[in-house]
Design a protein around this ligand. Structure first.
Ligand code: TYD
Ligand code: MG
Length: 453
């Protein structure tokens, strides 16, 4: 008779202990241990374990042939971009995101678009629900197979008989193995199932996509070690009130980890958005105060977007600062700089900031545009709509250089802007026949002078 074994796992790093500990000896996190019932039968066959105990050989680094990493291009350009230029054979990619954001839609759509044999494993929906979704997406593909399964061993048995070219698992939290007693979605189950799929991917060279749930803190549910195990971690995010969805790389062993892909959720699936600037700048006829256009960079991609500010007299004692899409602490810093360096009495005003389109960006190059919007609303004077901004603001009011300025300028030029305000410290900008005039400034005061002086 098998004995029930209780183990304790660290939620943070997956460290295993036989008794509860207040502090994890491995990652030093406090209060991170959870209890789980583990019952691992010793004879559990690891189908995809190393070839029947044949000793593996170490080889000299010079002898490894370069370019063996095979990549293939997916029919989805945004996904290609975030994966660092295509899907790598034998790689394992984890896609996390809030419920209902469109993870299943994204991967089912990919499965339907691909001209490879794809196996879509679902533990969340029935075949008919998946069929309904496929009908909605409206692409027919005779090479896309669906299997509703939550048992890992059944899945592995199926894979043994019939190997697909791409495997999609929706979601890793619903899979479970009988060798462990704890319920699906628990730390030990997730760890074990991912480990098994990892071995499958590495031995067969089949790329695997895993969908992962996220918990209330916005992290992928399960142990942190899950993110260490996989090759690539992507996050699918977006605002419920907007249709834009952003696929962000959090980790990528085969490319840059600062890429984004942008989609629009439509009635018939997700549409790739190649030129995000066009949708993020609203069409406006008349001049309105408090609006400016910033040129931000997300990953390596320049995006022009509208920043809006509203400055009004505070009705209550404590002025409000509300920001949508822009870091609130950074906003407080910018307001303090404006107060101290330019003498604006912003301390008695309510300030509201909004980045149009529900985008959330962390690029410090947005500072100048935000400041321009605030000043425009404060003065109640509109900013010319043919001017774009890019510059970081330092604590003493200096306008600092930003990264990828060339790309930002080209993007603004491409979209027909006539002028662009940047930092004079951005050196080496070669633009002779530019159709865009550069206004180079060193301090925020100069921006104010130039715009409203
Ligand atoms: P879903 O892919 O089920 O999300 P997740 O797997 O991340 O939980 O996305 C479901 C949402 O997307 C749902 O609110 C309906 C919407 N949707 C569309 O707007 N258009 C479509 O073509 C599809 C398939 C879904
Ligand atoms: Mg889903």
């Amino acid at each position: 008779m098998s004995k029930t074994i209780v183990k304790y796992f660290c939620k943070n790093c997956g460290h295993q202990a036989s008794k509860w500990l207040g502090k994890c000896p491995s990652c030093e996190a406090w209060n991170s241990f959870t209890e789980e019932v583990v019952q691992k039968s010793s004879g559990a066959a690891k189908i995809w374990s190393k070839q029947n105990g044949v000793a593996t050989q170490a080889i000299k680094i010079q002898e490894i042939i370069e370019g063996q990493e095979q990549r293939f291009s997916l029919p989805d350009n945004e996904l290609n971009r975030v994966l660092g230029g295509g899907l790598v054979a034998g790689s394992i990619t984890l896609i996390g995101g809030e419920p209902g954001i469109g993870k299943s839609t994204l991967l089912l759509q990919l499965a339907l678009q691909m001209n490879k044999k794809v196996l879509y494993i679902s533990g969340e929906e029935s075949e008919s629900q998946i069929k309904m979704r496929a009908e909605r997406i409206g692409i027919k593909n005779s090479n896309c197979y669906v299997l509703c399964e939550t048992s890992l061993s059944n899945l592995l048995k199926h894979l043994e008989k019939d190997i697909p070219e791409v495997l999609i698992v929706d979601s890793v939290q619903t899979l479970s193995t009988e060798t462990i007693d704890s319920p699906p979605g628990s730390i030990s189950q997730i760890k074990e199932c991912t480990g098994e799929l990892l071995r499958f991917a590495k031995t067969t060279n089949v790329p695997v996509f895993l969908i992962g749930h996220i918990n209330k803190d916005g992290n992928i549910a399960g142990p942190k070690v899950l993110e260490h195990m996989v090759d690539t971690v992507l996050q699918f995010e977006g605002d419920r009130h907007y249709n834009y969805r952003i696929l962000r790389t959090l980790k990528n062993r085969f490319g840059s980890a600062s890429e984004i892909g942008i989609y629009e959720m439509k009635g018939s699936g997700l549409r790739e958005i190649e030129n995000p600037s066009e949708i993020l700048i609203s069409e406006r006829e008349d001049y309105l105060s408090g609006i400016s256009i910033s040129c931000a960079v997300e990953g390596i991609r320049p995006i022009l977007l509208e920043t809006q500010a509203l400055v009004s007299t505070a009705v209550y004692g404590t002025p409000q600062r509300t920001s949508n899409g822009f870091d609130l602490r950074r906003l407080s810093m910018l307001l303090a700089v404006l107060e101290k360096r330019c003498g604006f009495q912003l301390g008695i005003k309510d300030v509201f900031i909004n980045i149009a389109g529900g985008m959330k960006l962390e690029d410090p190059g947005l500072d100048l545009g935000i400041v321009a919007s605030i000043l425009s609303s404060y003065q109640n004077i509109a900013i010319d709509k043919n001017i774009a901004f890019a510059g970081e603001i330092g604590l003493s009011g200096e306008v600092r250089a930003v990264s990828r300025i060339e790309q930002r300028i080209s993007e603004a030029e491409k979209l027909g802007f006539k002028e662009m305000m940047i930092s004079k410290y951005n050196k080496g900008i070669e633009r002779n026949n530019a159709g865009i005039k550069l206004i180079k400034i060193g301090k925020v005061e100069e921006a104010f002078e130039w715009l409203f002086g």
